[in-house]
Design a protein around this ligand. Sequence first.
Ligand SMILES: [Zn+2]
Ligand SMILES: [Zn+2]
Length: 281
Amino acid sequence: MLLGAHIPISGGVYRAPEKGRELTCDCMQIFSKNQMQWRSKPLSDDDVDLFKKGVKEHRIEETVIHDSYLINLGSPDVELLEKSRKAFLEEMTRAHKLGVRHLIFHPGAHVGSGEQAGLKRIAESLDWAMKEYASHDVEPLLETTAGQGSVLGRSFEQLAKIIELMESSRGVGICFDTCHAYAAGYDVKSSGGYEATMAALDDILGMDRLKAVHLNDSKGKQGSRLDRHEQIGKGYIGLEGFRNIMNDERLEGIPMVLETPGGEKRYAGELKTLRALVRKR
Ligand SMILES: [Zn+2]
Ligand SMILES: [Zn+2]
């Protein structure tokens, strides 16, 4: 299993691989810029070189990037939508520069304009971004969400709808977040429930779209729609749930990263806990 964590980029993007390795990560997720700001300094060639060197030296087998939290590709506000689309395109360019293939993003929120309108705007935004960024070496991954408020993406059907509404969805993938899925109502805790969840994912989206997993326990109960992450084993999903995931051969080779509240202080311990759940074959 390819396990890692979300590594902060304080001190420079290029420092992330070393930090990741220290925390026993074999893969990692990063922001390519400050996730709470629209503007960002361009990545310098030095930063990029050092980052790529670090990835090799510290044997980070795969990196994924999470986009800025400000971006809403489903916004009904024309100005905000325009700003979001441009920022998303920039995220794709930055990922390309860093040699990262997968860009994870929350699909968007309809902010009162209705689900169908929101889903359509997200599809149009993606079509636009992928047309502008024509080289296809960076693939956007729609993340499953908890469905808090007007946030879209709580069901596989909603994600499938976005993909279906796109002119060309080639290269669009999925990131499965365990906390979000559980909070949105999917059972990932019982082994039967987990199997049913994965069967639905395969049926509605196709397993081949699944390119990344966020490993988070949940502070909220199943179906609570609360997007509140908990440390592995301390939330409602519990070790029972993560045992399903750690022994699912379909997830072999897919980057799976922690985004848990303890952060860097806890990651190594949590990864150890997860690795111990893998049954000997
Ligand atoms: Zn996530
Ligand atoms: Zn979350």
